[in-house]
Design a protein around this ligand. Structure first.
Ligand code: AMP
Length: 302
């Protein structure tokens, strides 16, 4: 079992879906990621929150064993994101992004974080992702996530960090936006030419596609009947994915495939409720049970 380091947002989210809404609920890419990954391996988190951030949220992560010694508490407001979904839950509409304390954030890594073998650069300013990448000893695997906000606003900085990572995890709209290529198969190949060896395209209710070393793997999404809030599905997917790789300590094709399916399993829980509510009620037994259902769902004979 190897340790896993994540840098990303820890946020307060205000979200509206056709099924309800929440205001200033616990969110953020690093939050969903670390909570999900903690079911598989020890997680270390680098981020910043403001003094307005509720202590109880941090306790939630601490109880999962997440190492919070890289989390700074600064003067100012916590990062806030407001978003909305229509009946097509695959598409989030950002209503507001307030960087708050992230605008001035300079990550400083505790000494014992520097040699962490698995690194996830979760959705955050690509300059911060690059900064963290510079501060660690070369990890065994580095993966990165991003979103339209940064693809539009910091494209050059994003391409710079992308050139140095092993894997990119993005959703289909981001894949098209990043490459300006409408065909996903071609777009994935274009991303490989930017640097990563592996691309994972998350396609919401249509599953996830992985291209690695010229080979394709596709996993469906779990056929859920109640989806309340897709916020954090991508980050939870990434947490399951990286958690399984770090737990295995290796990155061969078989482990990558298993990681994709566990990513899908974890994401399928997150969307069943708002914020991290479903994850906080989740047991290892339920994870293994859904993983078995996935295997059964994907099985074909001859
Ligand atoms: P996703 O897994 O893509 O649904 O990610 C949703 C999470 O990303 C939310 O909890 C937000 O707080 C966070 N988020 C939204 N916009 C940004 C941004 N520009 N930078 C970093 N995190 C963000």
């Amino acid at each position: 079992m190897a340790e896993l380091l994540v840098v990303g947002s820890v946020a307060l989210d205000s979200v509206q879906t056709p099924f309800g809404k929440v205001a200033d609920a616990l969110g953020g890419s690093a939050t969903y990621f670390s909570y999900a990954a903690s079911f598989f391996t020890p997680v270390r988190l680098v981020a910043v929150v403001g003094r307005d951030f509720p202590r109880a949220h941090l306790d939630l992560l601490a109880r999962r064993g997440v190492d919070l010694s890289g989390l700074q508490v600064s003067e100012g407001m916590t990062f806030r994101w407001a978003g909305e979904y229509g009946y097509d839950l695959n598409e989030a509409k950002t209503l507001d992004t307030r960087l708050g304390v992230f605008a001035e954030f300079r990550p400083s890594l505790p000494e014992h974080f520097r040699g962490t073998p698995f690194l996830f650069l979760a959705n955050i300013d690509p300059e911060l992702q690059y900064d963290v990448l510079r501060k660690v000893e070369r990890p065994r695997l580095v993966a990165l996530d991003t979103m339209n906000f940064w693809i539009k606003g910091k494209r050059r900085e994003l391409l710079r960090v992308l050139a140095e990572v092993d894997a990119l995890l993005v959703n289909d709209a981001e894949t098209r936006m990043l490459t300006e290529e409408p065909n996903l198969t071609k777009a994935a190949r274009t991303i490989l030419s930017y640097g990563p060896r592996t691309v994972v395209v998350k396609r919401g209710e249509y599953g996830a596609l992985m291209v690695t070393d010229g080979r394709f793997f596709f996993a469906p999404a779990f056929p859920l009947e109640s989806v309340f809030d897709p916020t954090g599905a991508g980050d939870t997917f990434a947490g399951g994915f990286m958690g399984v790789l770090a737990r295995a300590g290796t990155v061969d094709e078989g482990t990558l495939r298993r990681a994709i399916v566990y990513g899908s399993v974890m994401a399928s829980f997150t969307v069943e409720d708002f914020s991290l509510t479903r994850l906080t009620r989740l047991s290892e037994l339920e994870i293994e049970d859904r993983y078995r259902t996935f295997r059964e769902m994907m099985r074909i004979e001859q």
